[in-house]
Write a protein that binds this ligand. Structure first.
Ligand SMILES: *Cc1c(COP(=O)(O)O)cnc(C)c1O
Length: 233
């Protein structure tokens, strides 16, 4: 299957999942998770109509960016971001999905302020409360949103999660539903520098489940590009 065929299939599945949930398919955006796929493949995905490109690694993003890989699509950063790499991402990625600590938020604030811009971010929630994963605990979200007035060069645009690895997509439903609840609850109140617009969850194995539970950004890699080749990397 070509990348174009894969994107068409993912789109069909997304639309069906949306309709089954009584949602408008047009409100859900497809982020191509492009890690380990070269500029040519990224261009094919954009030509096939993915809405956004999402990169995981800063060096890889800079390299592909210098090759013009993302022309025609917004670029998001979806991987774990180290504080010392913030400078390379702020202003380049229109949305950073993976803000997982207050220190990282502060680093983004400093960098965005120095450049006179405002950086959109999502707060990553460790929804499975796994020791191996980064992200805020669900109960940390509301107190942090209250403090966002202290971060005038950042805007929190929503929440992101990577639920625990499980054998069947349906097992993730409780996590996705908890995320949806957290998203709705925290979206009710008005905070400075917060606009709860995006709920980023769902990957190749479970994006239809995530859509059923309220995701409006899904991050799909393997189902678009095929399995990643980790040999020799
Ligand atoms: C790689 C990656 C994805 C996509 O994973 P697939 O299973 O290949 O669809 C989504 N989100 C993040 C944060 C990733 O690193």
């Amino acid at each position: 299957m070509s990348i174009a065929e894969n994107v068409a299939l993912v789109r069909e599945n997304m639309a069906r999942a949306a309709r089954e949930a009584g949602r408008d398919p047009g409100e859900i955006r497809l982020v191509a998770a492009t890690k380990m796929n070269d500029a040519d493949k990224v261009r094919q995905a954009i030509a096939a109509g993915v809405d956004i490109c999402g990169e995981n690694r800063v060096q890889e993003m800079l390299q592909k960016h210098s090759q013009g890989a993302y022309e025609g699509a917004p670029l998001h950063f979806i991987g774990h971001l180290q504080k010392n790499k913030v400078k390379q991402v702020v202003g380049l990625a229109s949305l950073i999905h993976s803000v997982d600590s207050e220190e990282l938020l502060a680093a983004i604030q400093r960098c965005a302020a120095a450049r006179g811009l405002r950086q959109d971010v999502l707060l990553e929630v460790n929804i499975g409360e796994e020791a191996s994963k980064s992200g805020f605990r669900p109960e940390e979200i509301s107190p942090l949103l209250e403090k966002m007035a202290e971060f005038p060069n950042v805007c929190v645009r929503g929440l992101m999660a990577i639920p625990p690895i499980c054998a069947f997509p349906a097992e993730n439903r409780p996590f996705f539903l908890r995320m949806k609840q957290l998203f709705v609850d925290n979206g009710r109140k008005k905070y400075d520098n917060v606009s709860m617009d995006f709920l980023s969850m769902g990957m190749s194995g479970d994006y239809t489940e995530a859509i059923a539970c309220g995701a409006n950004l899904v991050r799909v890699g393997t189902a678009i590009f095929g399995a990643r080749d980790y040999s020799g990397k």
